[in-house]
Design a protein around this ligand. Structure first.
Ligand SMILES: Nc1nc2c(c(=O)[nH]1)N[C@H]1C(S)=C(S)[C@@H](COP(=O)(O)OP(=O)(O)OC[C@H]3O[C@@H](n4cnc5c(=O)[nH]c(N)nc54)[C@H](O)[C@@H]3O)O[C@H]1N2
Ligand SMILES: Nc1nc2c(c(=O)[nH]1)N[C@H]1C(S)=C(S)[C@@H](COP(=O)(O)OP(=O)(O)OC[C@H]3O[C@@H](n4cnc5c(=O)[nH]c(N)nc54)[C@H](O)[C@@H]3O)O[C@H]1N2
Ligand SMILES: [Mo]
Length: 686
C-alpha cells in the first residue's frame, strides 16, 4: 500500500456573496478532496459556509455539463446532441456574423450573471473586450445593488463605506435590511464581538424576524418598502429632542436646514409609525438609543432598495449617520459596499476603446424580457449568456421565457448545469468551475483581494470563459492582440490601476499568500476629511438629484405594491436570500430534499383567517403569473406580509418560481429590480 501524497493550495470562492472567502483546497495525489476556510485570512477565518463547503460536490456532480451541445428539439424542450468544440465555435461565429450583417452589431447582447463574480471569468470580466470589439450592445448588470449605489451617490458622492471589520468599535449597530447571519456570515463574528466585548446594541430593521433579527437586541419589523419613512421619523425625533450634531452639520454638510424644514418636519413619529406599521414607541426607543450618540455603524444591503422607492430609500438612510456626525468616528458610518474605495484598471480589462465608433447602447439586466420582446432598432438577435439563470433569477419570469423562446433569436449559454435557461439555448458550452481556472477576486463587503490558482484539470471538455472568448475572437478573424491575452496577463493589467489602495498588491504577492489587504489604515474613515461630492460635503440638498428627477432633498417614495390594499387573501410578498442557496446556485442540490420545494411563510393568524394550514399546498398568484408553494405558518412574518426565499429552480417546481409574480419594471433609480415590492394572493392549491 502506498501513502497518498497530501498537499494544499489557496484559492477563492467565486460566488456573489459579500464574504468573498479565501479557501484552502486540500489535494490528495494532486486531486482536490476537500475545501476549508483560510485561517490566515482575517475575514474568512477557518470556516466556510455550509453551502460552499460542498462546492467540490458540484464540481464532481454527475449532471455537470462536460461537452458542447446543440439543440435538436423545440426551444425549452431540453433536447440536445453532443458536438465538438470546433463545430460549436464555427456555428457561433457564423451566427454572430450574420446578426452583424443583417441587423448591425448591436443586435448582439452579451449577458453575464453573478454565477461567478471573479474579475477575469465573471460578469465584469474577460468577455467584455471581445464584445466591445464586436460592437455589441452593452449589458448593464443592475440586478442586485445599483439602485442603492445611485441613491447614496447623491448624498455621500459614493457608497464607499466604512470597513465592516471596524463595526467591532461600534456601540450601536443597525443591521438595516440585511440578514447578516445568513447572507454575510463571516461578518457576524465581528458583530458578536462588538455585542459581547464592547457592549454594543445591535438592532435589526427587517420586515421578517430573520436569524439575524433573533440575535439582535431590538427588532423593528417595519412593513416592506417603508424604510424612508422610518428614517425620516427617526430624524424628526432627533431634531425634536435636540440630539442632532449641529457642529458636524455646520462643518461637513450642505442643505441641512432645507431638508429639515421641508421633509423632516412633516414626518412626525406618529406618521412614520402609521406608514411603517410599527408602534410609535418603538421608533422613539430607537431614536433614544441614537440620541445617546454612541459610535453608530450602519450595515445595509439589498432589502431596502429592491423596491420602487429603493434608490431614494438608500439616499434617505445615508442621512442618518450625517445627522449624528457618525462618519468621523471610529466604528461609525455606513457600509453598503466597499467596492468604490479602490480601483482596478477596468478600462484595461474591458477595453471600451475597442468599440468601433464609440459606446454602444446599454440594455438593463433587470429588463431582459423587454430587451428580447420589445427592443427594436435593432432587435436582439444573438444572446450570449454566461453565469446567469434569468428564468430563475429575473423579474418577469413569463416574459423572460417568452423572449428566450423566440425562434429568430440565437442563444448561446455557458453553464455548469442544465438550467431552465440553458434549455432555451441553441448551443450550450460547458464552462470550467473555480478549481479549474484562474481568477482574481475582491468582495463587496471587505477590504481584501484574493487570487484563485487553478488546481485541477477541467472535467470533460470544459473550458474557461476567457478561452471560449479567445476561440470566438479567432473564428471571427479579429486581430486585436488584447483578445488573445492569457489570464495572468489580464490579471496583471487589472491590478495595474495606479490607485493608492492597490499599490502594494501584485500578482506575485497574491500568488504567494492568496490574498492581500487594500492599502488602508485602520480604522478606515473614508469621509473624515471630505465627501466625493461636488461640494466636498455631505449633500442633503442636491441639484444633480433634482435634475435627474429625484427631488432636491431625500424623501420617502412609497413602494409600488407593498402598501396597497387588496382582497382578504392578499399579501405584500418579500423574496430574499435562502440559507441553502447562493442565488440560484445549489438549487439543483436542493430539489429532492423534503425541504426542496418552494415555501411561503405567513402569520398563523392570517392562515387561520383564510383556513389554510401549515404544510398545505398553495397557489400564489397575481396579474403577472403564479407559482405553487408549501405553506409555513410562522409569526416571524407580520400579518399581511408573506415571505418566499429566492433562487429555487422553476423546473423542479412545476415550471414556475417566485419570479413569476415579480414585475419586470424599474425602481426609481438605475433601473433596479423590485424583488421585494410585490402584492400577491394566496389560496389553497386545487
Ligand atoms: N425573487 C428574487 N429574485 C432574485 C433576488 C431576490 O432577492 N428575489 N435577488 C437577485 C440578486 S441580488 C441577484 S445578484 C441575482 C443573481 O442571479 P443570476 O445572475 O442568475 O446568478 P446566480 O443565480 O448566482 O447564478 C446563475 C448561474 O451561474 C452558473 N454558474 C456558476 N458558476 C459558474 C461559472 O463559473 N461559469 C458559468 N458559465 N456559470 C456558472 C450557475 O450554475 C447558475 O445557473 O438574482 C436576483 N434574483
Ligand atoms: N445564503 C445566501 N447568502 C447570500 C445570497 C443567497 O442567495 N444566499 N445572495 C447573495 C447576494 S447576490 C446578495 S445581493 C446578498 C444580499 O444580502 P441581503 O441584502 O442580506 O439579502 P436579502 O435576503 O435579499 O435581503 C435582506 C433582508 O432584507 C429584508 N427586507 C426585504 N424588504 C425590506 C424592506 O423593505 N426594508 C427592510 N428594512 N428590509 C427588507 C428581507 O426580509 C431580508 O431579511 O447576499 C448574498 N449572500
Ligand atoms: Mo445580489
Amino acid at each position: 500500500m502506498t501513502d497518498k501524497a497530501m498537499s494544499a493550495a489557496i484559492g477563492a470562492c467565486p460566488l456573489d456573496c459579500p464574504d468573498g472567502c479565501s479557501w484552502i483546497v486540500e489535494l490528495e495525489d494532486g486531486q482536490p478532496k476537500k475545501l476549508r476556510g483560510n485561517p490566515d485570512h482575517p475575514f474568512t477565518g477557518k470556516t466556510l459556509c455550509a453551502k460552499t463547503l460542498k462546492y467540490l460536490d458540484e464540481v464532481n456532480h454527475p449532471e455537470r455539463l462536460l461537452y458542447p451541445m446543440r439543440r435538436v428539439g423545440a426551444k425549452g424542450s431540453g433536447a440536445f446532441e453532443r458536438i465538438s468544440w470546433d463545430e460549436a465555435i464555427d456555428e457561433i461565429a457564423g451566427k454572430l456574423q450574420s446578426a452583424i450583417d443583417d441587423f448591425g452589431s448591436e443586435a448582439i447582447l452579451p449577458y453575464a450573471g453573478t454565477g461567478t463574480v471573479g474579475l477575469i471569468q465573471g460578469m465584469l470580466g474577460g468577455g467584455k473586450r471581445l464584445f466591445h470589439a464586436l460592437g455589441a450592445s452593452r449589458h448593464n448588470p443592475n440586478i442586485c445593488s445599483m439602485a442603492g449605489h445611485a441613491g447614496m451617490k447623491y448624498t455621500m458622492g459614493s457608497a464607499a463605506g466604512m470597513d465592516p471589520e471596524d463595526l467591532t468599535e461600534s456601540k450601536l449597530i443597525l443591521l438595516w435590511a440585511t440578514n447578516t447571519v445568513e447572507t454575510n456570515q463571516h461578518l457576524w463574528p465581528f458583530i458578536r464581538k462588538a455585542q459581547k466585548e464592547n457592549n454594543a446594541k445591535v438592532v435589526s430593521i427587517d420586515p421578517i424576524r430573520t436569524e439575524t433579527a433573533k440575535r439582535a437586541d431590538f427588532h423593528l419589523p417595519l412593513h416592506p418598502g417603508t424604510d424612508g419613512a422610518l428614517v425620516l421619523g427617526l430624524i424628526h425625533q432627533l431634531v425634536r429632542t435636540d440630539a442632532v450634531n449641529a457642529d458636524y452639520l455646520g462643518r461637513m454638510t450642505v442643505g441641512w436646514e432645507g431638508f429639515r424644514d421641508t421633509v423632516v418636519k412633516e414626518f412626525s413619529v406618529e406618521k412614520a409609525a402609521e406608514v411603517c406599521r410599527l408602534p410609535a414607541d418603538d421608533i422613539r426607543k430607537l431614536a433614544a438609543w441614537i440620541a445617546e450618540s454612541p459610535p453608530m455603524g450602519i450595515k445595509t444591503a439589498m432589502g431596502l432598495q429592491q423596491h420602487r422607492g429603493g434608490g431614494q430609500a438608500a439616499r434617505v438612510l445615508s442621512c442618518l449617520p450625517a445627522v449624528m456626525g457618525s462618519f468621523e468616528r471610529p466604528g461609525g458610518g455606513m457600509v453598503y459596499s466597499t467596492g468604490p474605495t479602490y480601483k482596478f484598471n477596468y478600462d484595461a480589462l474591458c477595453r471600451p476603446d475597442l468599440q468601433p465608433g464609440g459606446p454602444r447602447r446599454e440594455l438593463a439586466m433587470t429588463r431582459l424580457g423587454r430587451s428580447l420582446l420589445e427592443t427594436d432598432d435593432p432587435p436582439v438577435k444573438f444572446l450570449f449568456l454566461w453565469g446567469a439563470n434569468p428564468v430563475a433569477s429575473n423579474p418577469g419570469q413569463g416574459r423572460v421565457r417568452k423572449g428566450l423562446a423566440r425562434e429568430d433569436l440565437f442563444t448561446v449559454v455557458i453553464e455548469n448545469f442544465r438550467t431552465d435557461t440553458a434549455d432555451y439555448a441553441d448551443i450550450i458550452l460547458p464552462g470550467t468551475m473555480q478549481t479549474e481556472h484562474a481568477d482574481l477576486h475582491d468582495s463587496f463587503s471587505h477590504m481584501y483581494i484574493q487570487w484563485n490558482e487553478p488546481v485541477a484539470e477541467p472535467r470533460g471538455e470544459c473550458l474557461p470563459h476567457t478561452e471560449i472568448f479567445r476561440r470566438v475572437a479567432a473564428a471571427m478573424n479579429l486581430s486585436e492582440p488584447a483578445l488573445f491575452a492569457d489570464d495572468e496577463t489580464i490579471a496583471r493589467e487589472l491590478l495595474d490601476s495606479g490607485h493608492p489602495a492597490m499599490s502594494p498588491i501584485s500578482l506575485e504577492s497574491l500568488k504567494e499568500r492568496g490574498w492581500a489587504r487594500l492599502n488602508y489604515e485602520r480604522p478606515f474613515l473614508p469621509f473624515v476629511r471630505s465627501f466625493p461630492t461636488a461640494s466636498g460635503k455631505f449633500e442633503f440638498e442636491s441639484a444633480a438629484a433634482e435634475a435627474d428627477g429625484h427631488g432636491r432633498f431625500p424623501h420617502f417614495v412609497p413602494p409600488r405594491e407593498a402598501l396597497k390594499s387588496g382582497p382578504k387573501n392578499s399579501f405584500a410578498l418579500v423574496t430574499s436570500a435562502s440559507k441553502r442557496m447562493l442565488n440560484s446556485i445549489y438549487g439543483n442540490r436542493n430539489r429532492n430534499a423534503a425541504a426542496g420545494s418552494i415555501t411561503i411563510s405567513i402569520h398563523p393568524g392570517d392562515a387561520d383567517r383564510l383556513s389554510l394550514s401549515d404544510g398545505s399546498k398553495v397557489r400564489v398568484f397575481n396579474q403577472r403569473g403564479e407559482y405553487r408553494a408549501v405553506l409555513i405558518c410562522d409569526d416571524k412574518v407580520q400579518p399581511g406580509v408573506a415571505h418566499t426565499p429566492k433562487g429555487y429552480w422553476p423546473r423542479f417546481n412545476g415550471g414556475a418560481s417566485a419570479n413569476a409574480v415579480v414585475a419586470e419594471d424599474s425602481a426609481d433609480m438605475a433601473d433596479g429590480p423590485m424583488f421585494k415590492d410585490i402584492r400577491v394572493e394566496i389560496e389553497a392549491a386545487s
